[in-house]
Design a binder for this molecule. Structure first.
Ligand SMILES: Nc1ncnc2c1ncn2[C@@H]1O[C@H](COP(=O)(O)OP(=O)(O)O)[C@@H](O)[C@H]1O
Ligand SMILES: O=P(O)(O)OC[C@H]1O[C@H](OP(=O)(O)OP(=O)(O)O)[C@H](O)[C@@H]1O
Length: 188
């Protein structure tokens, strides 16, 4: 039986990378792979298990069909390696740190996708982005504005999205994530 694509989305700073890191071992125990993204961000950037490439390298990879999914946001390009299709075909679950803006295209290609939306209070989000210190103030404001544009529209457009609140301790969100995945599992 084919595995499931689990598509974790949410604002920049909501905690997607932190959540995936914290849940990594327990996801692996469930046979769920976490995808390493390809991003046109410097390889030194902290807090992301990703492969950093130049814009030209990304374009070359995209032209060669290296990606199952790809999108452009926040001045960066993101690619999901096409190996995920082999993993899914082999029956493995695959968890992707995705994009809200790319959700509809993802649904077209993977109709059975399980979509999890990580949410966090907007004030907490601003504090977390500032504390993370990865982006400039202007970039942080741009991310917050992008978030405000998405927040209500997304749930109205896609009622099948499951909400995960990460305003509290990360450990609680890990438990909630695993419960969502287990409840949606046909063999749970
Ligand atoms: N539940 C949480 N409580 C406190 N801080 C958190 C929590 N989740 C994430 N963070 C912090 O918030 C910042 C943004 O998290 P990150 O995982 O980089 O978000 P994303 O991958 O969604 O952009 C990081 O500094 C991280 O340590
Ligand atoms: O359409 P959106 O939902 O806004 O998503 C656009 C991109 O922004 C986020 O990445 P970002 O560069 O912020 O990295 P991060 O996830 O590590 O914060 C997210 O993971 C997407 O790749």
């Amino acid at each position: 039986m084919a595995g499931r694509l689990i598509y974790l989305i949410g604002p920049s700073g909501s905690g997607k990378d932190s959540l995936l890191d914290a849940a990594r071992t327990r996801l692996a125990e469930r046979g769920c792979r976490i995808v390493r993204r390809v991003i046109t961000r410097s390889a030194e950037a902290v807090g992301e298990a990703a492969l950093g490439v130049s814009a030209q390298q990304f374009a070359d990879m995209e032209a060669q069909g290296a990606f199952a999914l790809s999108w452009h946001a926040n001045g960066l390009s993101y690619g999901i390696p096409r190996e995920i299709d082999d993993w899914l075909a082999a029956g493995e679950d695959v968890l992707v740190n995705g994009s809200r803006g790319h959700l509809q295209s993802t649904r077209l290609r993977y109709p059975d996708v399980l979509v999890l939306l990580l949410t966090v209070d907007q004030t907490v989000l601003r504090h977390r982005l500032l504390a993370r210190g990865r982006e400039s103030l202007i970039e942080i404001d741009q991310r917050l504005a992008r978030n405000a544009r998405f927040s209500e529209r997304l749930l109205a457009d896609d009622p099948a999205v499951l909400l995960l609140d990460n305003s509290g301790p990360l450990e609680s969100t890990v438990e909630h994530l695993l419960a969502c995945i287990d409840e949606q599992s046909p063999c749970a």
